[in-house]
Design a protein around this ligand. Structure first.
Ligand code: DHB
Ligand code: FE
Length: 285
């Protein structure tokens, strides 16, 4: 029996990682965002889980664009940091938890989620930036092993928000049925509103983002009911990354306690958000 103790949703904008790697977090452009992260980071440092599960998307760095699994899981005992063209980020490779991965894989397969399996995987900014948002100074190793779950948000047709939410619910049951870890942290990544190319490049929708931040806590079903076209129309062509927050939310209890949120525009040309939830709503951490 393992328990999800927290859920952390965060944007994965590559320049957030670059700002940290280059010592620019105190720069006037960046300070408001990194100051905002402070309370979440402090809380997370006091609540390190045995294992984390990180829902993310690859951006054609770890996996070629000619193979785009809808849902996938890593079963490796270690994941290398990808070289995205500027050399590898100076952060540690990631320890996995293969036994737990296999348990989740079997459990999800039995529930009708036919995941692709990565026995070998390099992880890009979609993965390493959320780890850096959580743990700014990891030293030689991240605080715990991390299991990657990958979602296609870059090629049409992406899975529906409802399917992502259902995957999260099945993931929550898989976690509860595993005996090998006591506590689990779950990360949903990507977003918030942004569009990187095309006629609407630079598109940001704070009204939508604030609605989303509120609803991910209190009414995820409303977000699960939106079509992929709704996401792209309202959050931008890359804002559809937000469907990955619903996998995280689905794995959590119906009632969660909000610990901290951050919303900042711009990071790169992206709206950056963070939402941290305690899954032990009735208790205090
Ligand atoms: C950028 C890249 C991303 O993958 C993302 O989600 C947001 C921003 C960027 O290159 O700026
Ligand atoms: Fe992205």
């Amino acid at each position: 029996m393992s328990e999800v103790i927290w859920g952390l949703a965060t944007s994965h904008v590559p320049s957030i990682g670059a700002a940290m790697d280059r010592g620019l977090t105190g720069d006037p452009l960046w300070a408001p965002l990194f100051d905002g992260y402070g309370p979440a980071r402090d809380w997370l440092a006091r609540n390190t889980p045995d294992v984390a599960i990180l829902i993310y998307n690859d951006h054609a760095n770890g996996v070629d664009l000619d193979i785009v699994p809808t849902f996938a899981i890593g079963t490796a005992d270690r994941y290398r940091v990808a070289d995205e063209g500027f050399g590898r980020r100076p952060v540690p490779d990631v320890d996995g938890a293969p036994e737990f991965s296999f348990h989740i894989l079997e459990s999800l397969m039995d529930e009708g989620f036919d995941l692709t399996v990565f026995q070998d995987l390099d992880v890009d900014h979609g993965f390493t930036v959320p780890l850096s948002v959580w743990t700014p100074d990891p030293g030689d190793a991240w605080p715990c092993p991390v299991i990657p779950i990958m979602v296609n948000v870059i090629h049409y047709p992406q899975p529906t928000a409802a399917r992502c939410h259902a995957l999260g619910k099945a993931l929550g049951r898989a976690i509860a049925g595993f005996d090998g870890a006591r506590t689990v942290g779950i990360l949903g990544t990507g977003g918030m509103s942004h569009q990187l190319a095309g006629a609407r490049a630079g598109f940001i929708n704070p009204t939508f983002d604030h609605m989303f931040l509120e609803a991910i806590e209190k009414d995820p079903e409303k977000l699960a009911a939106m079509s992929r076209e709704d996401y792209i129309r309202q959050a931008g062509s890359e804002g559809i990354e937000l469907i990955m927050w619903l996998v995280m939310r689905g794995a959590m209890n119906e009632q969660v306690r909000k610990v901290h949120t951050v919303y900042h525009v711009p990071a790169s040309n992206t709206a950056a958000g963070l939402a941290l939830f305690d899954n032990r709503a009735a208790r205090t951490a």
